[in-house]
Design a binder for this molecule. Structure first.
Ligand code: SLL
Length: 162
């Protein structure tokens, strides 16, 4: 297996969390949710504008707080154009470890990202904070580019065939 020398391939993706406080009107607590849980939230990895990433990203492991049942979640059954995601409910913010596994043809090791789950409105200004509060949704989203430096020839074909 040979690498394509002097070549870098970048692929955009998005990762992060979106949290919503429970309320009776728009986000009621599902039956059976523990009494101390205050929010529902989602952590995800996906393409930009519904772009497909499954041709380079094979699976994603989300490592949640150890207080959560089955805190290691592997998501490996995402169709092309789909989103790698985990839905949960809880009461506290914490750091989520997101491990990206690449398709086998890449011969690349998994890569780890760290993301702080935010439940509470935040922002530089009171105005920004207030906006999140009004919307009833707290996003914490990062746009990122995956760099494949000198990919193997097989993988380069996969990356660059439409
Ligand atoms: C804190 N260091 O003390 C953090 C830990 C952990 C939050 C937050 C899940 C609860 C469950 C949950 O929200 N854990 O599934 O029972 O703020």
């Amino acid at each position: 297996q040979k690498r394509v020398k002097g070549t870098q391939v970048y692929r955009p993706f998005v990762y992060g969390t979106i949290a919503k406080p429970f309320n009776d009107e728009t986000n009621p607590k599902p039956p059976g949710t523990p009494a101390d849980h205050t929010h529902s939230w989602t952590v995800f990895v996906k393409g930009v504008d519904d772009g497909d990433i499954t041709y380079w990203c094979k699976k994603v492991q989300f490592k949640l707080h150890e207080s959560i049942q089955n805190h290691l979640r592997m998501v490996d059954d995402v169709p092309p154009g789909g989103t790698f995601e985990v839905h949960e409910t809880g009461w506290g913010e914490f750091e989520i470890t997101i491990k990206l596994y690449y398709v086998p043809e890449s011969l690349e090791k998994p890569q780890t990202l760290y993301h702080h789950l935010r439940l509470h409105p935040y922002g530089e200004t009171e105005e920004e904070k207030e906006k999140m509060k009004q919307r009833g949704e707290v996003p914490a989203v990062v746009y990122e580019e995956q760099l494949f430096n000198e990919p193997y020839e097989n993988f380069y074909e996969i990356l660059t065939s439409p």
